[in-house]
Design a protein around this ligand. Structure first.
Ligand code: GLY
Length: 591
């Protein structure tokens, strides 16, 4: 057996005796997951890590663990884990039975799948919903308050994943979340800090009064936070499944609250909501198969574009690096510039081509084809900045979200990212049901060329329309090597999700980093606009910053740049949670 890998592990008492959260390091045996019956979880908090592990130890598969953890995070990670939001799930299911009713949407040769449970615009939404009579954007209307929410998809998504691949009873999988809501969990300092910040941020931004503070205004680090209303909602969902949420008591509570204010969501919207199995983006790169999120996410297309263009230009970059280093330019600055050049092109394509595939034709295969990317990468400049103003999409011929990664002992994997959009979403809590609503409508292009809260722009492909899904950057990704999982990876972070996942994959494959090094490494981000801006986290060395400034970049330290959760299956199985968050990861044997 190959020797040991230290993994940060948070251990909880059994869910029945909640309240004790402490950290320790364990030495995990390391071997291929199948030979040593090892499984792994990389989760955004200790509660979800504990529950996902317990489900796997009880004989559940990766999808069972994802469903249980998805509901737990709706309790213990209220800034992003959500009933009132939506998300995406990428799956690799070599040994899962796939018997239950579904439309086959799998790639022809590989057992890879993608579940789109993104929110949808309410039927009453229309293109100029967020513009005033002079066609100017009404500040914050798509972000704060009752009109900021799309129709939530999470409950339908977790239900459909379970219907298709689950093996343990639905009710059993919701029990840990119900107990945590009833008995409470210990508030972390990160949660208290984000809730305080959000409370201040939403103040005076909505024309109708918000009730966020009534529910989340008093969170105190170290105190037990109970959510009895949410416990009741979860109990109804456990007993009645999706019918409660989309047609029953919860649907009525949600719609009543929306209609009492100026919200758009109706019972007809709730009844009509559907999650969709879609064909994932599949790209070949460095003898690997990268499986990631298709539209309505921009993530999969963008990540495959970045990886392939980097590979095409690698030797050109290596030569430029030798020259630059002779002139005293640090390697880190050259890499940041190289990535920014690639990202300029990718975000220009994103703004033009990407949108909901049920409404617009997105040329996914063309955008990730080697031919297209060879032409696209020809204009990359190694020693100066390409002009942002003239940067256009290519020509085709013809921070809050949360992510978790799970791999079971049979090699099945789930990569799941879901979100309310900003931390705590729209600031609206459904009073009797005790959960927060999303502010995902801001991910539409409210007006061509006007940036959303993440600073990204869009056009016709992503304009608001009834029942349309807003464009996303969420990129739950699975990398396969020799048809076995090598990486399960993803992160929150709005438009920085794409570049964080890209850099994490490159850190492992091109830079040879361990799982923990790869997720903790400094990250840089450029997204075409603001012009020539490179964001970074954590602090960069002074000489790197000086070199980038001399090239003409303006630099911005982002307080937040993702919370990557990575499972890495190379010579040994390892898992890592980003130092930037409160995540917990563990590798363990399943008897
Ligand atoms: N709400 C962030 C995203 O989906 O990209």
């Amino acid at each position: 057996m190959i020797k040991v890998n230290a993994i940060r592990l948070g251990v909880l008492g059994l869910v029945g005796s909640i309240g004790l959260l402490f950290s320790l390091s364990v030495l995990a045996n390391s071997a291929s997951p199948n030979s040593a019956n090892q499984a792994a979880v990389a989760m955004p908090d200790g509660y979800s890590a504990h529950v996902a592990k317990q489900v796997l130890l009880q004989g559940g598969n990766a999808v069972d663990a994802a469903v249980a953890a998805g509901f737990v995070l709706a309790v213990t990670y209220p800034e992003a884990g959500n009933l009132g939001g939506g998300g995406f799930m990428t799956l690799f299911t070599p040994t899962l039975s796939n018997a239950k009713n579904h439309t086959p949407q799998t790639s022809e040769t590989l057992p890879v799948h993608f579940l789109d449970y993104r929110e949808k615009a309410p039927k009453a939404a229309f293109r100029d919903l967020y513009l005033d009579q002079s066609k100017n954007v009404i500040p914050y209307r798509s972000l704060v308050g009752y009109q900021a929410s799309g129709v939530p998809g999470t409950v339908m998504g977790l239900w459909q994943a379970h219907q298709r691949f689950g093996s343990l009873p639905w009710k059993q999988l919701l029990q840990p979340a119900i107990e945590l809501a009833e008995q409470g969990f210990t508030v972390s300092k990160e949660l208290e800090g984000t809730a305080q910040w959000y409370q201040n941020w939403i103040a005076n931004k909505s024309s109708t009064p918000l009730n966020f503070s009534d529910y989340f205004g008093d969170l105190k680090t170290g105190e037990t936070f109970k959510q009895p209303l949410l416990a009741k909602t979860l109990t109804r969902i456990a007993n009645q499944g999706v019918d409660d949420f989309y047609q029953g008591t919860t649907a009525k509570q949600l719609v009543e609250h929306m209609q009492k204010h100026d919200g758009l969501i109706t019972l007809a919207d709730m009844h009509a909501y559907e999650a969709k199995w879609r064909v994932p983006v599949v790209g070949q790169w460095q003898n690997r198969t990268v499986v990631s999120a298709p539209p309505p996410s921009s993530g999969g297309v963008a990540i495959v574009q970045l990886l392939k263009m980097k590979q095409q230009l690698q030797s050109q970059f290596d030569q430029a690096l030798i020259k630059a280093q002779k002139e005293g330019v640090p390697e880190q600055a050259m890499k940041a510039h190289f990535y920014a050049e690639l990202e300029k092109r990718v975000y220009a394509d994103r703004a033009h081509f990407l949108g909901d595939p049920d409404f617009v034709t997105v040329p996914v295969n063309e955008l990730i084809s080697d031919d297209y990317l060879t032409k696209r990468s020809q204009s990359v400049l190694m020693d100066e900045i390409s002009d942002s103003e003239t940067m256009r999409h290519g020509k085709i011929e013809t921070p809050e979200t949360t992510h978790f990664s799970i791999m079971d002992a049979n090699g099945n994997a789930v990569s799941n990212t879901y979100t309310l959009n900003m931390p705590f979403g729209s600031g609206v809590v459904i009073p009797e049901a005790g959960f927060l609503m999303n502010n995902e409508m801001d991910d539409f292009s409210t007006k061509p060329g006007v940036a959303n809260v993440f600073g990204v722009v869009g056009g016709k492909a992503n304009e608001v329309a009834p029942e349309k899904r807003m464009l996303s950057s969420m990129s739950p990704t699975i990398v396969l090597k020799d048809n076995v999982v090598e990486m399960v990876v993803g992160t929150p972070g709005g438009s920085t999700i794409i570049t964080s996942v890209f850099q994490t994959i490159v850190n492992v494959v091109d830079e040879g980093m361990s799982a923990q090094q790869a997720v903790d490494a400094p990250r840089v981000h450029h997204q075409l606009l603001p012009k020539d801006q490179i964001a970074y986290n954590p602090e960069l060395p002074a000489e790197t910053k000086t070199a980038l400034e001399l090239m003409g970049y303006n630099l911005k330290k982002n307080n937040y740049m993702g919370d990557v959760q990575l499972i890495l299956n190379q010579a040994e199985l390892s898992a890592a949670s980003d130092v930037r968050g409160r995540g917990v990861s563990e590798v363990f044997s399943v008897p």
